[in-house]
Design a protein around this ligand. Structure first.
Ligand SMILES: Nc1nc2c(ncn2[C@@H]2O[C@H](COP(=O)(O)OP(=O)(O)O)[C@@H](O)[C@H]2O)c(=O)[nH]1
Ligand SMILES: [Mg+2]
Length: 307
């Protein structure tokens, strides 16, 4: 990477080394990371597909099957972002997702990157948006983002992705009852993975019922039955993802909404960035020692003094 001016060109040419370095710079907000973002030649037509669901549901195994199938049937370039705070992947250990997708690690048409960003408020979302845009400036045909579905992250990924796939397992039947409302809204495609296990059909039946109950329109989202370990249902899942992406291109309103959501996340991140948690804590400790300490007064004053 010689100079910033050639970064966009190098990315577009599919230079993975530049891509990896750009991601590292942006992820850690190293010097001039904003310049990289400003100069990106982003292709907004490259679809982002979110794969979310509880840990262990089989997201990485499914993604591995999807990648394999796409590589076998089409001449495509695929970018993958894995956001999993529970994954040992980030510490360089050859475990979990890495093993599941390892057969593709050295494939010239596949770039896999894990994201360690967690902890800072709004960090996950803003960084994932930025890094997926770096990928959209790098000549991929598809970008997949795997995230562990732990409440908020499912909703965040839905705001970022053009198509959100929610992976569930037969045993999760009771879970669904409690989180049904949110889940029904964010998922474009449902997957019941581990269908080699008991209760898969019961799970599908329950999902159908919930989908009908919560949908005001006639059309309900597709439910795909898969066994990721044997690649069963993968072609059907890919077909549904493509179908979802096709429908999306006609839904301009939805796109506008996604863009607004992205802008909001980025603004939020910029605003929060100026807050020093260390200073806040020090000031708070000092202020709270006073007799008439009031947290609300403190916050208002602190914000004024630390603009
Ligand atoms: N029986 C069965 N096991 C599966 C299936 N899909 C994945 N697994 C296993 O479930 C475990 C977790 O899979 P993984 O892809 O890492 O899940 P993730 O945490 O959602 O990414 C692994 O041991 C997989 O081999 C399936 O369809 N059937
Ligand atoms: Mg995984």
């Amino acid at each position: 990477m010689d100079s910033n001016s050639s970064i966009a060109t190098q990315l577009r040419a599919g230079d993975y080394k530049t891509l990896a370095r750009c991601i590292t710079i942006v992820e850690n907000e190293y010097d001039r990371y904003e310049k990289i973002l400003h100069e990106l030649a982003i292709n907004h037509r490259i679809p982002i597909i979110g794969i979310t669901g509880p840990p262990g549901a089989g997201k990485s195994t499914l993604l591995n099957g999807i990648i394999k199938n796409l590589l076998d049937t089409e001449n495509v370039k695929i970018g993958v972002i894995v956001v999993d705070p529970s994954s040992p992947f980030h510490h360089g250990a050859l475990l979990g997702d890495r093993i599941r997708m390892s057969e593709h690690f050295n494939h010239p048409n596949v770039f896999i990157r894990s994201l360690a960003t967690r902890g800072s408020l709004g960090g996950l979302s803003a960084k994932t948006i930025e890094i997926s845009d770096i990928m959209r400036a790098s000549g991929f045909d598809y970008i997949f983002i795997e995230t562990v579905g732990v409440g908020q992250s499912e909703v965040e990924i839905a705001g970022l992705a053009d198509c959100t796939v929610l992976v569930l397992v037969p045993e999760g039947g009771d879970e669904i009852q409690t989180i049904k409302a949110g889940i029904m809204e964010i998922a474009d495609v449902f997957v019941v993975n581990k269908s080699d296990r008991d209760n898969a059909d019961t799970m599908i039946k329950n999902l159908h019922e919930l989908a009908h109950a919560s949908s005001s329109e006639k059309k309900t989202n597709p439910i795909v039955k898969t066994i990721a370990t044997t690649n069963e249902g993968i072609p059907e899942l890919i077909a549904e993802i493509k179908n979802c992406l096709q429908n999306l291109s006609s839904e301009k309103e939805n796109k506008k909404h996604l863009l607004a959501h992205k802008a909001f996340q980025l603004i939020l991140h910029q605003k929060i960035k100026t807050i020093s948690q260390i200073k806040l804590e020090q000031d708070l400790i000092a202020a709270s020692k006073k007799e008439n300490f009031n947290l609300y007064v403190f916050v208002e004053r602190w914000l004024l003094e630390n603009k």
